[in-house]
Design a protein around this ligand. Structure first.
Ligand code: ADP
Ligand code: GLC
Length: 493
C-alpha cells in the first residue's frame, strides 16, 4: 500500500508539538507493516539547522496560487531509524522564516503558505512513477489536500485512485481565514457554503478536510467521541457527527527508539525496570546541577512539560502551586513555552518559592528527556487533550502521571484505586473536574502513594512494562487504510 503522508511538521526536522512526534514516527511504523510511505513537509528554516543531511533532488515545478504561480523546489532527507524518505517543499518566501507558523500572532499569509503547501504536495505526488493508495493528511495545514485531490487532480494517474484520510490532532486549530483567500485556492466559489468550505463567513481548512476526506481519524477513541459534541468539536461537532461512520479514534504511539530510558543519550545513566532507582538518582543529580542547585532535593519531584497554553490546564497548576508549594511536600519543575501571561505567572511562582519551584521557559527537547527521567510524577491537567504524549513518555520513564479525565488521557492512564492496584492495572492518578482542588486532591493521592515504597515500586514497574510503541496503533491505521481503499470515494458535488 502506497501512502503519501502530508504533515506540516515532523521530528527530527521541525517541531512545535505532538504532531511532529507522530509524523516523525508513524511513517517508519507503517513501513515495518509493509506500507510504502512518502512523507512530505515544508522546508522551514529549522529543517536546515539540525545538522541532518538535506539534498536537492533537482525536481522543481510551478504551483498555481491564485492569479500567479509559485515555484516548489523538492529536497530530500532521511528519516532516522527507518527507510522512509522525507521530501521537503522549499519556497523561501513561504518557509524560510524563524518559526513555523508565526509568533504571538500567526503569520498574516498562513493561508497562502498552506494553500501552496497542499497543492505542492499533490503536484509532487502526481510526478512520481507509482500511484498512491492513501493520502494521509494531518491537521488544518494539510486540510485542503482532500479537496484538491477530488476537485483539481482527479485526472492525474498517480492520484486518481487514492483515498484521502484526514487525521485531526486538535480541533481548536482549524485554519480559519478570510473568505477572499478562496481566490488563492482556485476553488470555485460554489464550494464556499456552510456544508463544505465555509465556517461562519470564513474559509475553514479543517472543515474542508473533514468534508472532502474519504475517512477521518483522530488521535484517541475518547476524543473521537468528544468532538462530535460541543464544546469538544469547537463548532464543527455537527460536521463530525454527520460523518460519524467515517470517523475513528486511534491512540498515538511513541517512538521507542527516541524515548527509551535504557539507551537515552540525554540522561546520565540508562535504566530499566530493575535499575530505575539508580537511573532516576543519576538524572536528579544532573537536573539539580542544570537548575543551579547544590544537591538534588530529596522530596518527590513533580514535573510538567508542555505548551503553556489554555489547553494544558496551566491555570490549575498555578492556583494549586499557590496553595501547595508552601507546604513543602514536593519539588516542582516546569518546562514550557507559551503565552506571556502564563510564563510570567510561573516565573512569579518560582521566585516566591525558590528551591521548591523551578520554571524553565524554553523549548528544549533534550532537557525534556532529563526531566521525565528525573521526575517521580508528571502532571497533565489538560482542559482537553486529543491524545497527549507527555503522559506516555512519563510512563515509559517510570514517572507516574497525574492527569485529568479527558480525551486520550482517559484512554492511556488507569486511575489507581484499591481495585486497579489489586488487579495490577493502575498506572496513574486521574481527576475529573477541571478544578485546581481536584488536581490537588489527585496529586495528594499520588504523594501518599509515593510514600509507600512497595506500592510505588510496583506501580513504576507496571508502567515501565507497558507497551506504548507504535506497533499496535500503526496496525489500526493500516486496517483503516484498507477499509477506506475498499470503499468508494466520498461523493462530492
Ligand atoms: P501538544 O501536541 O498538544 O503540544 P503532546 O503531549 O501531544 O501535546 O506533545 C507535546 C510534545 O512536545 C511532547 O513531545 C513534549 O515533550 C514536547 N514539548 C512541549 N513543550 C516542550 C518544551 N518546552 N520543551 C521540550 N519539549 C516540549
Ligand atoms: C495535538 C494534541 C495532542 C496530541 C498531538 C499529537 O497537538 O494537542 O493531544 O497528542 O496533537 O497527536
Amino acid at each position: 500500500m502506497r501512502v503519501l503522508m502530508v504533515a506540516s511538521e515532523a521530528v527530527p526536522f521541525a517541531k512545535t508539538g505532538g504532531l511532529a512526534d507522530v509524523a516523525g514516527a508513524l511513517p517508519g511504523a507503517l513501513e515495518r507493516l509493509g506500507c510504502d510511505v512518502t512523507l512530505v513537509m515544508p522546508a522551514y528554516r529549522d529543517v536546515f539547522t539540525k545538522g541532518l543531511p538535506i539534498e536537492e533532488t533537482g525536481l522543481s515545478f510551478e504551483v498555481p496560487l491564485g492569479a500567479r504561480r509559485a515555484t516548489a523546489r523538492i529536497l530530500r532527507g532521511r528519516l532516522p531509524g527507518s527507510d522512509v524518505t522525507p521530501f521537503f517543499i522549499a519556497n523561501d518566501a513561504c518557509f524560510d522564516r524563524p518559526t513555523l507558523y508565526g509568533g504571538a500572532e500567526d503569520y498574516a499569509d498562513n493561508a497562502e503558505r498552506f494553500i501552496f503547501f497542499a497543492r505542492a504536495a499533490l503536484e509532487f505526488a502526481g510526478r512520481q512513477d507509482r500511484p498512491f493508495d492513501i493520502l494521509h493528511c494531518h491537521d488544518w495545514q494539510a486540510g485542503l489536500v482532500p479537496a484538491y485531490q477530488k476537485l483539481a487532480y482527479r485526472a492525474w494517474p498517480m492520484l486518481s485512485q487514492a483515498r484521502a484520510v484526514m487525521t485531526i490532532h486538535n480541533m481548536a486549530y482549524q485554519g480559519l481565514f478570510w473568505h477572499w483567500d478562496m481566490l488563492l485556492t482556485g476553488f470555485d466559489w460554489k464550494y464556499f457554503n456552510w456544508q463544505q468550505m465555509e465556517f461562519f463567513g470564513q474559509l475553514s481548512f479543517l472543515k474542508t478536510g473533514l468534508v472532502f476526506a474519504d475517512a477521518i481519524s483522530t488521535v484517541s477513541p475518547t476524543y473521537a467521541k468528544e468532538i462530535q459534541h460541543a464544546p469538544g468539536g469547537c463548532g464543527l461537532e455537527g460536521v463530525l457527527a454527520a460523518r460519524s461512520d467515517a470517523l475513528v479514534g486511534i491512540v498515538n504511539g511513541i517512538d521507542t527508539t527516541v524515548w527509551n530510558p535504557a539507551v537515552d543519550r540525554h540522561i546520565p545513566r540508562g535504566y530499566g525496570p530493575d535499575t530505575v532507582a539508580e537511573g532516576k538518582d543519576a538524572a536528579r543529580i544532573a537536573l539539580a546541577a542544570r537548575l543551579g542547585h547544590a544537591a538534588p532535593d530529596p522530596r518527590p519531584l513533580v514535573a510538567l512539560v508542555g505548551r503553556l497554553v489554555e489547553q494544558k490546564g496551566i491555570d490549575l497548576v498555578i492556583e494549586m502551586l499557590g496553595r501547595m508549594a508552601g507546604g513543602g511536600r514536593a519539588h516542582f519543575v516546569i518546562l514550557g513555552t507559551g503565552s506571556a501571561d502564563t510564563e510570567d505567572a510561573l516565573r512569579h511562582a518560582a521566585a516566591a518559592y525558590p528551591g521548591t519551584i523551578d520554571v524553565v521557559i524554553g523549548f528544549d527537547e533534550e532537557f525534556a528527556h532529563l526531566v521525565f527521567a528525573a521526575a517521580d510524577i508528571a502532571l497533565v491537567p489538560s482542559r482537553y487533550e486529543p491524545c497527549g504524549l507527555t503522559q506516555l513518555y512519563a510512563l515509559r520513564y517510570g514517572t507516574i502521571p497525574v492527569v485529568r479525565a479527558t480525551g486520550g488521557l482517559v484512554d492511556t492512564v488507569v486511575d489507581a484505586t484499591p481495585e486497579t492496584l489489586a488487579s495490577g492495572r493502575a498506572s496513574g492518578f486521574v481527576f475529573e473536574a477541571f478544578d485546581s482542588l481536584a488536581l490537588e486532591h489527585a496529586l495528594d493521592r499520588a504523594l501518599l502513594a509515593h510514600a509507600d515504597r512497595t506500592l510505588w515500586s510496583g506501580l513504576v514497574r507496571h508502567v515501565m512494562d507497558q507497551d506504548w510503541s507504535w506497533d499496535a496503533s500503526a496496525r489500526e491505521y493500516v486496517r483503516l487504510f484498507e477499509r477506506v481503499r475498499a470503499a468508494p470515494p466520498v461523493a462530492v458535488s
